[in-house]
Design a protein around this ligand. Structure first.
Ligand SMILES: NC(=O)c1ccc[n+]([C@@H]2O[C@H](COP(=O)([O-])OP(=O)(O)OC[C@H]3O[C@@H](n4cnc5c(N)ncnc54)[C@H](OP(=O)(O)O)[C@@H]3O)[C@@H](O)[C@H]2O)c1
Length: 322
């Protein structure tokens, strides 16, 4: 059943001919990323499915048979910065343009134990933010050369918190070296970081023809959260019938990313936050979402913090000297 206040991408955007357009979608083998990928291929685009498990991508790609466009599966583990660098090097050898970069992959580490990426970053932030940060920075020349081009990064309603508790990036300890770790606190911070990054990037790229955006896809009935193992999967399966009236199919959840990649007016709003409607917003005025929408969290709108975050991130991922 479709929620009545779901925001849909314009039908004419979903019919645009994407022949000769090249896209990268991270996390393309599952959930929102898979439906975004399928639609871009359906419209004739060529999608590079950047996945940590190529075998999973291969399996789902059997469903693309008969679609107008094409795809290529390339391995990339966002929890390993060398893997991101290797991906970009291979991509640049094979391709000479990039029309759209969809930084979609993400996870929340389930349980009470902090996990770290290969590079020692807190995993939820490392995958959702730092991995995509490095990927995007390394692809900027390609996006510039292919302009007009677009980049989006998937955030979440969780970034908004509530009026009494707004998540923020902790510049003094981004990777939980000193602070007590909680999984959804780290997730909220990661998703604030994605919004700040899209905003900073838009400012930095003014006049280049690259449009950036951050996205809340809605409450997707995807594999999200299944990293908690069999017990978590069971809880999710039991809860599904009770939440299905508030949540969305993966196709419905792909609408916001597709709008950002395809709609004509998006370049007029570079750097902004696009949100599907969501009952999970604690701020009443946000529940209907908006393309674009003002985040209710002032910590996600602060350009000074965004600039500091980017400066620090460049050092953390090894683009600048510490
Ligand atoms: N589901 C929701 O309600 C919801 C709400 C707000 C925001 N979001 C965001 O939406 C995005 C898509 O999530 P989803 O709901 O579609 O969940 P999903 O079905 O679990 O898909 C997540 C994708 O991210 C990939 N991924 C995880 N860790 C990775 C890594 N280290 N390197 C490369 N890829 C990695 C996963 O790969 P594997 O298959 O190999 O695990 C999978 O392809 C995420 O950024 C999530 O935070 C989701």
């Amino acid at each position: 059943m479709t929620r009545k206040n779901l925001i849909w991408a314009d039908k004419k955007d979903l019919k645009k001919n994407l022949k000769d357009k090249i896209y990268i979608v991270t996390g393309a083998n599952s959930g929102v990323g898979l439906e975004t990928t399928r639609q871009l291929i359906k419209q004739g685009g060529h999608v590079i499915m950047a996945c940590r498990r190529p075998e999973a991508a291969k399996e789902v790609a059997t469903g693309f048979k008969g679609l107008k466009g094409t795809y290529d599966i390339m391995r990339m583990d966002l929890a390993d910065l060398q893997s991101v660098r290797d991906f970009v090097a291979k991509f640049e050898k094979k391709y000479d343009r990039l029309d759209g970069l969809v930084c979609n992959a993400g996870l929340v580490v389930m349980g009470n134990e902090i996990q770290r990426t290969k590079d020692g970053l807190e995993t939820t932030i490392g995958v959702s933010y730092f991995g995509h940060f490095l990927l995007t920075e390394l692809l900027l020349d390609m996006l510039k050369k292919s302009a007009p081009s677009r980049m989006l990064i998937v955030s979440s309603v969780v970034h908004a918190g509530n009026p009494k508790n707004r998540p923020k990036v902790h510049l003094e300890d981004l990777n939980y070296k000193k602070r007590q770790w909680k999984n959804f606190a780290a997730y909220g911070e990661a998703k604030v970081a994605t919004i700040l990054y899209a905003m900073e990037l838009a400012k930095r790229l003014e006049g280049t023809g690259i449009t950036t955006a951050s996205v809340h896809p809605g409450w997707a009935r995807s594999n999200f959260g299944s990293g908690g193992g069999a017990f978590m999967k069971l809880i999710m399966a039991v809860a599904r019938p009770f939440t299905s009236g508030m949540s969305d199919s993966n196709w419905e959840s792909a609408q916001t990313s597709l709008h950002v990649m395809l709609a004509d007016d998006v370049p007029e709003h570079s750097g902004e936050y696009y949100s599907q409607s969501s009952v999970l917003y604690r701020d009443k005025e946000c529940k209907n979402g908006g393309w674009p929408m003002r985040s209710p969290n002032p910590n996600a709108r602060d350009m000074k913090t965004a600039k500091k975050l980017v400066k620090m991130s460049r050092k953390i991922v090894g683009l600048d000297k510490k």
